[in-house]
Design a protein around this ligand. Structure first.
Ligand code: SF4
Length: 155
């Protein structure tokens, strides 16, 4: 564990701050919830999450009443519900907030959000993470690492 480690509450606060700062960026995009980007097998792309983002997601999963991820056999995100909506939209990770489909304006350029990516990397390091991991692995690991009571206490 790094000597400058932070606790989960600090990590959550910083990741939430990154998401708020992202919302303030003057980049013209509008997610219209077509959920194309949630079809990983179709797009060939799976969002990568740092540990702080996975912690936020785990909180969302628990808040939605689940204890673990349920794999969708059709290759869609495990958080995509059968009604086509994201189960944890307000807890969705950075990638889901920046990789817009063309209908929504296209993905952000990395340079537009590089400072925010760096802040997420710092949180990952402080939590002892190993860098970005694919969404199902990252969230599954976070749900094992932090208990429901711990996640609830952080809300
Ligand atoms: S977390 Fe939500 S928005 Fe992101 S890919 Fe999964 S279902 Fe889609």
């Amino acid at each position: 564990m790094p000597s400058h480690a932070c606790d989960p509450a600090e990590a959550l606060a910083e990741v939430s701050s990154v998401y708020r700062d992202l919302d303030q960026r003057p980049v013209d995009r509008s997610c219209i919830k077509r959920t194309e980007c949630c079809h990983f097998r179709l797009t060939g792309k799976t969002p990568l999450l740092t540990l702080g983002e996975a912690l936020v997601m785990a909180q969302g999963v628990r808040a939605a009443g689940s204890k673990k991820l349920v794999e969708n056999t059709d290759g869609t995100c495990p958080l995509l519900a059968s009604d086509g909506k994201c189960r944890v939209y307000s807890h969705r990770p950075f990638g889901c907030r920046t990789h817009f489909c063309s209908a929504a304006g296209g993905p952000y350029a990395r340079k537009e959000v590089l400072d925010l990516i760096r802040r997420l990397e710092v949180v990952d390091d402080k939590l002892g993470g190993q860098g970005p991991r694919a969404l199902p692995d990252a969230v599954g690991e976070a749900l094992k690492r932090w208990t429901g009571d711990q996640l609830k206490a952080l809300q």
